[in-house]
Design a protein around this ligand. Structure first.
Ligand SMILES: *Cc1c(COP(=O)(O)O)cnc(C)c1O
Length: 357
């Protein structure tokens, strides 16, 4: 039976990525050696890193004056690294979910956090609007896609202070204007590659302005100078990221991928709005994530939840269980998930409705 992979992360990757990684695990770039056993300083691996950086710049139209880095430690280390490098005294954060909360917690180790807006009052089921950012903060931080709660900021905010974004779960899923950002970071394992690599895009001239001393490994300048090879990079994950970047190019780049993502999201939200057994957890269509589509059974059918879970699993649907803080279901519809998988899920929901409602 065909499996449809809706896991939230690590998550589905293109067939192309899997094939190329499998090949390189036994014979990397014609060396006759495994990718796992080749020096990161070899010309073959340096070429991998260089192309990966170049493709990130090309696909996201990264302007001059920015550095692209492949680091380790996940988005979770960036929660600390960002304030370490950018916060002198004070920064503004929006609290739109568990990851934003975690980012705020780390920033508080280094200074004052002004929580300018929060959607905690409604279990993070909306994106706050109309808040003000104090002019005296060092930067404004937000999470563009709230992986657990299924909300997404679909337009680059306009602010008058340097802007920092955790884009772990929606980077490369839609066109963004990098020039609006001082810093973007993302764990690779949602839309880019295997876990173990962390993508950072940083504007060079925002660095070097804080008063504190920055430990070597936490200083972005160390990794800019070392071209992501100050210490041993995650060679296998970075190679995987490169393959996905190459694949994205063949899909019409980020604009082409965005179009496909819109079609997938419309298909599933359309069914959730129509099917009387299900409803999305995010009421405002403008706030609904295209990457993590969270839904529950409607009041009248709430007792069918376990049954639907088993039914969907029997039809090859994998990873649909919602995060424990939301309940219900979550279909992650990352770049590599084909429209056919969303259609298969919609068919299963229709079939269940026809049987039970
Ligand atoms: C998955 C995720 C994280 C955590 O990433 P790690 O790489 O595991 O540290 C942080 N933020 C968002 C938005 C995520 O989706």
């Amino acid at each position: 039976m065909k499996k449809h992979n809706f896991y939230a992360g690590p998550s589905i990757l293109p067939e192309f990525t899997k094939e190329k990684v499998a090949e390189a695990i036994t014979n990397f770039a014609g060396t006759g050696l495994s990718l796992m056993e080749v020096s990161h300083r070899s010309k073959e691996f340096v070429a991998v890193m260089d192309e990966a950086v170049a493709l990130v710049k090309e696909l996201l139209k990264v302007p001059e004056g920015y550095s692209v880095l492949f680091l380790q430690g996940g988005a979770s280390l960036q929660f600390l690294m960002a304030p370490y490098n950018l916060m002198n005294k004070k920064a503004a954060y929006t609290n739109t979910g568990a990851w934003a909360t975690a980012a705020i917690k780390e920033a508080k180790f280094l200074g004052e956090v002004v929580e300018v807006a929060s959607s905690k009052d409604a279990n993070f089921n909306y994106i706050p609007r109309g808040y003000e950012i104090p002019g005296d903060v060092d930067y404004f931080h937000f999470t563009s896609n709230n992986t657990i709660f299924g909300t997404e900021v679909l337009q680059d905010p306009e602010v008058s202070v340097p802007m920092v974004c955790d884009m772990s779960s929606d980077i490369f899923s839609r066109v963004i204007d990098v020039s609006k950002y001082a810093l973007i970071y993302a764990g690779a394992q949602k839309n880019l590659g295997p876990s173990g690599a962390t993508l950072v895009i940083v504007k060079n001239d925002i660095l070097g302005k804080v008063e504190r001393a920055i430990p070597t490994m936490l200083d972005y300048r160390t990794h800019i100078k070392g071209e992501s090879m100050f210490n041993t990079p995650a060679t296998v994950p970075v190679f995987g990221c490169l393959q996905t970047l190459r694949w994205m190019k063949t899909q019409g780049g980020v604009a082409g991928i965005e179009k496909a993502n819109i079609a997938k999201a419309e298909l599933l939200y359309g069914e959730l709005d129509r099917n009387k057994m299900f409803q999305p957890t995010v009421p405002n269509p403008a706030d609904r994530s295209r990457m993590n589509i969270t839904f529950v059974m409607t009041e009248a059918y709430i007792s069918f939840e376990k049954e639907f879970d088993a039914f969907a699993e029997s039809r090859g649907m994998i990873g649909l269980k919602g995060h424990r803080s939301v309940g219900g279901f979550r279909a992650s519809t990352y770049n590599a998930l084909p429209l056919e998988s969303v259609q298969a899920l919609v068919d299963v929901m229709k079939e269940f409705e026809a049987q039970k409602a």
